[in-house]
Every structure is written in C-alpha cells, then in structure tokens.
Design a protein around this ligand. Structure first.
Ligand code: FEO
Length: 170
C-alpha cells in the first residue's frame, strides 16, 4: 500500500521515463540521418532500457494497489546537433533524471515508506550506471573532435550495444 501522494509522484516519474524513451528513439532516428548506425543502435538500446524503467515502475505501482495514470508524453526534439552535442544532451538528461529519482526518494523517506525506499534504491544505482556509461562515451568523443576516422571507430563500438535483459514476466 502506498499513499496517494507517493502514487501520484510515481505516476509522474512513469511519464518522465516514457519521455526519456521517446527522446532516445528520436535521437536514434536522428543518428541514422547522420549516417551513424552505431550511434543509432546505442540510442535504440537506450530507448529499450527506458521502457524497462517504465515497466518496472508501473508494476510496482500495481503491486502496491495503486492506480495507474498515464499522462501525455511531451514531444521530443527532432534534431540534436553534432555527435558530441547528442551525448552532452544525453548526460544532461540523465543528470535531470537522477535528480528526479532523488526527489522521489526524499518523499519516500519523509513518508517513512520503507517499501518504496527499497524499490527506488534500484533506480538510484541504475542512475549511477547511466551517467557513467554516458561519460565513458563522452571522453573519446571529446578527444576525436571532428575527425571522421575517430567518429567511425566510436560508431563501430556503439554498434555492439545489445538489447537489455528483459524483466521477468508478471
Ligand atoms: Fe530511466 Fe535513463 O533513466
């Protein structure tokens, strides 16, 4: 059982995770237009990861007897600039999501909602990984600058990202 306030805050986060998925799918399409299929693949896998974040939170609200409220998803941009700008935007976005998760945790602590604190701990850890993954790509991107050969090498590395492990069936 969760409070109405916690339920509403989690539903809001479901919407933010959907927006993340939407934005990464838009970024994937944009990377394809730049002729960077590896970048497009990485963003497509990130999209799938965000859908997993949505589903996990949706399942938790349901498991706690809460009501699901799916809200309008904001339209993402269609263009994101250079490959470096795309990943700078990605880091900025993940830092925003980290803050949102921390605010949810603040609410769970304030409400002494121990189950939600435990649940959110997974997202706290996940956000550390999300930011680290993006920083690992930003470093070589800053090094290669506009060098086409360097960008092609990074593109090949990003092509190797695999689909995330699916959640167990409910
Ligand atoms: Fe769901 Fe990328 O945070």
């Amino acid at each position: 059982m969760i409070s109405k306030k916690m339920q509403d805050a989690l539903n809001e986060q479901v919407n933010k995770e959907f927006y993340s998925a939407y934005m990464y799918l838009a970024m994937s399409a944009y990377c394809n237009t730049l002729g960077l299929p590896g970048f497009a693949n990485w963003m497509r896998m990130q999209y799938e990861e965000e859908i997993m974040h949505v589903t996990k939170m949706y399942d938790y609200i349901m498991d706690q007897g809460g009501a699901i409220e799916l809200k309008t998803i904001e339209k993402p941009d269609q263009e994101y600039g250079t490959p470096l700008a795309i990943f700078e935007r990605t880091l900025e976005h993940e830092q925003l999501v980290t803050n949102l998760i921390h605010r949810l945790m603040d609410l769970a602590v304030e409400e002494r909602d121990y189950a939600t604190q435990t649940f959110l701990q997974w997202y706290v850890t996940e956000q550390v990984e999300e930011e680290a993954n993006v920083n690992d790509i930003l470093s070589p991107l800053r090094m290669v600058g506009d060098d086409k050969g360097g960008l092609m090498m990074i593109d090949q590395q990003l092509a190797a990202r695999m689909t995330p492990t699916p959640l167990p069936a409910k």
